[in-house]
Design a protein around this ligand. Structure first.
Ligand SMILES: Nc1ncnc2c1ncn2[C@@H]1O[C@H](COP(=O)(O)OP(=O)(O)OP(=O)(O)O)[C@@H](O)[C@H]1O
Length: 380
């Protein structure tokens, strides 16, 4: 069985970014994750040296691949600091002066490199877990595709990837000759999930730089082809991992999912604040599980105080994108791998997602227009 020590011993043969210090002692190596014969690690580097250090990355991969019992190795270069948390991030390397740490905005500007072929990336996020973020991301992506856009889905929820289940995908992505992963396709959408790369239990131990490294790999080492929109299902919450993702992915905007309970709305506010902090436009709030329509008698009940999200959105000046009722069909269909937008395309739930998708699409069109050069005004 391969252990971290075996991997470290192999990496000791490879010189780190300074060209002499072995990688394990260079202070740039992330945690090492070994799962079912696959080894994952990242090397934190100055992003301006990425091309120059590619041979070092390849050498590290080769050294570990040579170990008996290793089937696959994924080594990535990341602009993130090495493992060791904040202490490692702020401590200067031996012999080097301490440097001022860039603030979130500076980091965002540096790290948000576009993903080739992908026009716009949106995050679907929530301030807390269990509010239906993944269900919303999945159905929103399908509804966006119904507006004629070409759409992909990236499941970045390291704490509980659910896109394979929601889309009913059991196949894993294939690795092409060009070393790019070919994402499985379902209902016309390319779907990639962090769950395809690791076992569920392994995902939980991914932290900081490893998470970012995996996300960068999912963004940039996947053959997405030409996409109008890539929908990223974010991990729930507003902790460090989420903030790092919001900072490092070139997001055109974020959709916040909330249930109507006050508590969830407080969390939703935190989510909004997080995206604002890193200059990502909040496209709006979706109120999920907004009302309960009794399947037997059709009576509508407002379980959690319906309208809370709309009211809150108005109050804080964020667009309200729409509401999706709590309905057993949505849950049943999600569990069966046939999302409601596909299974019942003309039903009321699909129409609710369509309405949300239209608003998101027009907000994105506005974002894209905002990025274009302003029109030249000619005064005659
Ligand atoms: N509108 C809805 N009506 C009925 N059930 C729903 C609805 N939205 C989500 N669910 C169900 O609620 C559960 C949680 O949904 P989901 O996994 O999408 O939430 P999440 O916020 O992504 O959760 P996590 O934080 O665990 O990632 C699932 O069983 C899902 O089928």
């Amino acid at each position: 069985m391969i252990t971290n020590e075996h991997v470290l011993a192999a990496l000791a043969q490879v010189a780190g970014p300074d060209g002499t210090t072995p990688l394990p002692r260079s202070g740039t190596l992330s945690d090492i994750v070994v799962t079912n014969g696959k080894v994952y690690f990242s090397i934190g580097i100055d992003p301006t040296r990425a091309a120059e250090l590619e041979p070092m990355r390849a050498a590290a991969e080769r050294a570990v691949k040579a170990l008996a019992g290793v089937d696959a190795v994924v080594a990535t270069l990341t602009a993130e600091a090495p493992a060791g948390g904040r202490a490692a991030r702020t401590a200067p390397a031996p012999g080097r002066p301490a440097q001022a740490q860039p603030g979130p905005r500076a980091t965002a500007a540096r790290a948000r490199t576009e993903v080739p072929g992908v026009k716009q990336i949106i995050a679907v996020a929530s301030g807390k877990g269990g509010v239906g973020k993944s269900t919303t991301a999945c159905n929103l992506a399908l509804a966006l595709a119904r507006t004629g856009l070409s759409v992909g889905v990236l499941d970045a929820d390291v704490y509980g990837p659910s896109m394979p289940r929601l889309f009913g995908i059991s196949s894993k992505p294939e690795l092409g000759d060009d070393r790019m992963l070919r994402p499985p396709e379902r209902f016309g959408l390319k779907v990639m999930s962090i769950g395809f790369l690791v076992e569920d239990e392994a995902a939980i131990i991914w932290r900081g730089p490893m998470v970012m490294s995996a996300l960068q790999q999912l963004l940039r080492e996947v053959a997405w082809g030409a996409l109008d929109v890539l929908v990223v299902d974010m991990p729930p919450g507003t902790g460090d991992a989420q903030l790092t993702m919001a900072q490092n992915v070139p997001l055109a905007g974020a959709v916040i999912v909330s249930t109507p309970q006050d508590l969830a709305l407080i969390d939703a506010r935190r989510g909004i604040a997080m995206f604002r902090k890193v200059d990502v436009p909040v496209l709006g709030i979706v109120e999920n599980m907004s009302t309960f329509i009794c399947p037997a008698c059709g009576t509508r009940s407002d379980i959690f105080g319906h309208g809370g999200a709309r009211h809150e959105a108005e109050r804080i000046g964020v667009p309200f994108l729409g509401e999706v009722p709590l309905h057993i069909r949505i849950r049943e269909l999600s569990d069966s791998g046939e999302p409601v937008v596909v299974a019942d395309p003309d039903g009321p739930h699909a129409r609710a997602y369509d309405a949300i998708a239209h608003q998101v699409a027009s907000a994105l069109a506005g974002e894209a227009a905002g990025r274009r050069a302003p029109p030249r005004i000619v005064i005659e």
